[in-house]
Design a protein around this ligand. Structure first.
Ligand SMILES: [Mn+2]
Length: 315
């Protein structure tokens, strides 16, 4: 199947790459890696995402080449990356009709919406799958492509810490380093360029921390009011949920983020064996075993109650 994708890459002339809204490092990294390869092969290629990527990624060479979803681009091949369903990457059936749709993902809930589907839940990042496609097809991996793939792996494995990290992950990373990636450079760009106001917001959020089920569930929240007070947006909350999970004894950390009045985006992170993807499906969401998300439409107190109840198996 990967060979087939590399053949399509070689034999087609125009491509649209799409990924999920509120893109993370894996979504952006895997998309820009393929974009860069297709550019170097002199193909016509576009990258579209439903929402603008967060500022932490603005150091990337191709950041300004990322466009917002249009459903207008006239191309032969559409490649969706890291997108558990079509809607999350802004695709409509009307638009993809008559085009080759390639679906490359690692969410186990992916319904295989493409004409070609490469969905590998065991892959540490979609960037790893992209690397394999490029390798198998003998496609060029230059330094810039290597940096994009490295970004995707670094961010989706929580800096090589999550249970998805294996020997293969490091093997791929080693290959990327051989192509010129400097780990300190990417890490400092992604993790050491935070805005001061983010820390103001973080201090408000940490103040909301509460514990349930003998300290196994940690819950924190951010409200529109807090965003206003600190002149911040949802972009500033990247990684906040990890503070909840990072506490000793905590097995599940949850961040409730009020994106619209009484609409909370929930981020759920677990350690080790607790699978949070199931719980997320109860809240219009999904994800992976240790990282998942969803939405709750309710006032704060009710939203908190729903989350606490959903984790009563921790009792
Ligand atoms: Mn991913």
């Amino acid at each position: 199947m990967k060979k087939k994708v590399s053949e399509i890459i070689k034999n087609s002339s125009s491509f649209l790459i799409v990924t999920h809204k509120n893109p993370d490092g894996d979504a952006i990294g895997s998309s820009l890696a393929l974009y860069n390869v297709l550019k170097s092969l002199k193909k016509t290629v576009y990258v579209e995402i439903p929402t603008k990527p967060a500022y932490i990624y603005d150091f990337l060479d191709d950041y300004n080449n990322i466009e917002l979803t249009s459903n207008f681009k006239d191309v032969e091949v559409v490649i969706a990356l890291d997108s558990a369903d079509m809607q999350r990457c802004g695709l409509t059936k009307d638009y993809t009709n008559g085009k080759t749709l390639i679906n490359i993902d690692h969410h186990k809930t992916n319904p295989l919406y493409g004409n070609i589907n490469i969905v590998e839940p065991q892959a540490a990042a979609v960037g790893c799958i992209v690397w394999e496609i490029l390798k198998e097809g003998n496609l060029p991996i230059d330094k810039r492509t290597a940096e994009y793939i490295y970004l995707s792996i670094l961010t989706d494995t929580g800096s090589f810490r999550y249970s998805s990290t294996g020997a293969k992950t490091f093997m791929i990373a080693a290959d990327l380093l051989a192509k010129g990636v400097k780990p300190w450079y990417i890490a400092s760009k992604v993790y050491e360029r935070e805005k001061p106001e983010t820390y103001k917001l973080l201090s408000l959020v940490l103040d909301t921390l509460e514990f349930f089920y003998d300290g196994k569930l940690a819950l924190e929240y951010v409200t529109i009011d807090m965003f206003k007070k600190t002149d911040t947006t949802a972009d500033n909350t990247e990684g906040f949920v990890n503070y909840a999970r990072g506490i000793r004894g905590v097995e599940v950390g949850v961040l409730l983020r009020e994106d619209e009045p009484n609409v909370f985006k929930i981020s759920i992170r677990s350690k080790g064996n607790v699978d949070v993807s199931e719980v997320a499906t109860k809240f219009e969401g999904g994800g992976h075993k240790n990282a998942a998300g969803g939405t709750i439409r309710a006032p704060l107190n009710e939203a908190k109650k729903k989350i606490i109840e959903a984790f009563d198996f921790l009792r």
